[in-house]
Design a binder for this molecule. Structure first.
Ligand code: NAD
Ligand code: UDP
Length: 310
């Protein structure tokens, strides 16, 4: 049994990860400041004596004795990370410094939840890990993109300079139960709109693409990466390589919800990446991992969840 720290553990992905680690028989410390996380996400875990929750902000130092750290703390939805962009940068950068410092002192493995946003609006398609990306350093998404890029830099410098045992994964769009009704990301927005019979709002032409990974697949990838030997440091893309246009997603959600909602078009979001699809050859080769849940199946599970809470 390991003692594992999950920052951002009360969030969408963090809560699924905490649940998985507890199921695997580990002791889990969930650290969160509840900016976008919520106690409801982890309520079902609270009665487990091996689960501990600590309200803390990763921009401040934190000391605890653990065997591994998963660093997930950071708002991930554009509306939330743009709400207080300076805080978003601080969370990524100072959060990384604080957690890397802890990993250095304890000589333990630390995994960083990086993102496909490090590729920006990519000229290379699909995106392999070798691609350096096309990121606007001064736009409205930069607080998230550049914050995450700087966090990756810090991980690699702590590794080179201090031998910290790092693992960097680049997560592509992931969806599933426990996304918030007001999360703002496309899958939850479309499902909530379809179930309420409201217009489905597509920003831009709807021809922009994303590749959607179901949360359980993603968590399997994170755990597989953490369990690799110390010479495997990444970055490794974790995502579903099946690419869809946002319009296709809207149509599929309407069909699966049996909804009468109409699609309406709104102005495109600033600096919106036009295409996104991961190359997952590394994850397949190194982690023996690939996603197993098709979009249709994952959406059905997610729709069932939202039907339950709406
Ligand atoms: P989320 O917003 O649901 O979860 C983030 C969690 O971090 C929340 O519980 C929030 O309260 C917490 N948090 C934010 N700032 C904090 C701070 N300063 N101190 C402590 N806790 C803080 O988002 P998510 O989708 O679960 O994403 C989790 C991680 O995965 C993030 O780092 C995100 O960048 C990364 N990621 C997610 C996706 C995706 O599609 N879901 C894609 C790429 C990367
Ligand atoms: N999007 C949309 N309608 C919405 C929410 C998002 O058309 O209600 C679009 C958004 O402009 C982007 C894509 O869907 O092109 C994915 O957006 P999301 O915020 O989910 O993730 P990210 O842009 O960070 O990949």
């Amino acid at each position: 049994m390991k003692k594992i720290l999950v920052t951002g553990g009360a969030g969408f992905l963090g809560s699924h990860l905490c649940e998985r680690l507890l199921k695997d028989g580990h002791e889990v410390i969930c650290l969160d400041n509840y900016f976008t996380g919520n106690k409801d996400n982890i309520l079902h875990l609270m009665s487990n004596p091996y689960f501990e929750v600590i309200r803390h902000d990763v921009t401040f130092p934190f000391f605890v004795e653990v065997d591994e750290i998963y660093n997930l703390a950071c708002p991930a939805s554009p509306i939330h990370y743009q709400y207080n962009p300076i805080k978003t940068v601080k969370t990524s950068v100072m959060g990384a410094i604080n957690m890397l410092g802890l990993a250095k002192r304890l000589k333990i493995k630390i995994l960083q939840a990086s993102t496909s946003e490090v590729y920006g609006d990519p000229f290379v398609h699909p995106q392999p890990e070798e691609y350096w990306g096309n990121v606007n350093p001064i736009g409205v998404r930069s607080c998230y993109d550049e914050g995450k890029r700087c966090a990756e830099t810090l991980f690699f410098d702590y590794h080179r300079q201090n031998d910290v045992r790092i693992k960097v994964v680049r997560i592509f769009n992931t969806y599933g139960p426990r996304m918030y009704v007001n999360d703002g990301r496309v899958v939850s927005n479309f499902i909530v709109q379809a179930l309420r019979g409201e217009d489905i709002t597509i920003y831009g032409t709807g021809e922009q693409t994303r590749s959607f990974c179901y949360c359980d697949d993603l968590v399997n990838g994170l755990v597989a990466m953490m369990d690799t030997s110390d010479d495997i440091i990444g970055p490794v893309n974790i995502g579903n390589p099946r690419e869809f246009t946002i319009k296709q997603l809207a149509e599929l959600v309407i069909e699966l919800c049996g909804s009468k909602s109409k699609i309406v078009y709104k102005p495109a979001a600033s600096d919106d990446p036009q295409q996104r699809q991961p190359v997952i050859d590394k994850a397949k080769a190194i982690l023996n991992w690939e996603p197993t849940v098709e979009l249709r199946e994952g959406l059905e599970r997610t729709i069932e969840y939202f039907r339950g809470i709406l």
